[in-house]
Write a protein that binds this ligand. Structure first.
Ligand SMILES: [Fe+2]
Length: 245
């Protein structure tokens, strides 16, 4: 159980913070129209009374809505948290989110994920039942294997190349579902245009071994044939990683 019970201090957001949120939300909403997986739009629709371009989401509204729709809640965290606590939260259908928002002068570059990444990037797809179940199952497998550093590293890579930087590739081109791309204006354009990056077919064994770098745009994306195939991955992941035990 994650111990610090932090709260979002909504009254602390200033007018400039609200302006940053409105700009980020509207810009990315427009930008993603032809770039994201189709499943994003009904999910955003389901979340829209509490997650929209009018104001910074209030977790006292967004979390109960997500709870009602998918029995998932939002857990306020200070930033990145230890991986075992992260697994534990997901296994309990609690998604960790920060509450600080980037400043106007850093709209496009962040050292650490802020609440635009956490909420606009991650929360909408949690309104998709299969995605929410996937996240819980990912947490359960992580907890079960948390004592095995090699398995934890493999799970972090899987998370990185799916939940954070996942892309599907079909006849029309690339469709984004990873939160790191969905929440990045520059990276969503990079993926859509295919500039400075390579798309590889998703091969589980390769992904589980691919060392990744934070703090820069990705140069390699592993593409699923379609969004649905994400949900079939975890059985094989668990079997492979249990063999490390
Ligand atoms: Fe993230």
């Amino acid at each position: 159980m994650y111990k610090t019970m932090m709260q979002q201090n909504y009254a602390a957001y200033q007018a400039e913070d609200q302006a940053v949120w409105q700009l980020l939300f509207q810009r990315q909403w427009d930008n993603l129209k032809d770039k994201a997986v189709g499943e994003l739009w009904p999910a955003l629709e389901a979340a829209k009374t509490a997650l929209n371009g009018q104001e910074i989401p209030n977790f006292n509204q967004l979390s109960p809505l997500l709870q009602k729709e998918q029995n998932f809640s939002i857990e306020v965290v200070p930033g990145l948290i230890p991986v075992e606590e992260f697994f534990a939260l997901l296994a309990q259908r609690r998604f960790p989110s920060s509450t600080w928002l980037r400043k106007m002068e850093e709209l496009d570059y962040l050292e650490e994920p802020d609440m635009f990444h956490d909420t606009f990037g991650h929360i909408p797809l949690l309104f998709n039942a299969q995605y929410a179940d996937f996240m819980q199952e990912f947490g359960r497998i992580g907890l079960q294997l948390a004592h095995l550093p090699e398995a934890v590293a493999a799970l972090e890579r899987l998370y990185w190349f799916t939940i954070e930087f996942g892309v599907c590739q079909n006849a029309q081109g690339q469709e984004i579902y990873g939160a790191g791309i969905l929440s990045s204006f520059g990276e969503s354009i990079q993926v859509h245009q295919g500039n400075n990056c390579e798309f590889r077919p998703f091969q589980l064994e390769t992904v589980l071994q691919h060392h990744f770098y934070k703090h820069e745009m990705q140069s390699v994306y592993y593409c699923l044939d379609n969004f649905q195939s994400l949900f079939g991955l975890l059985k094989e992941v668990e079997q492979r990683l249990l063999s490390l035990a």
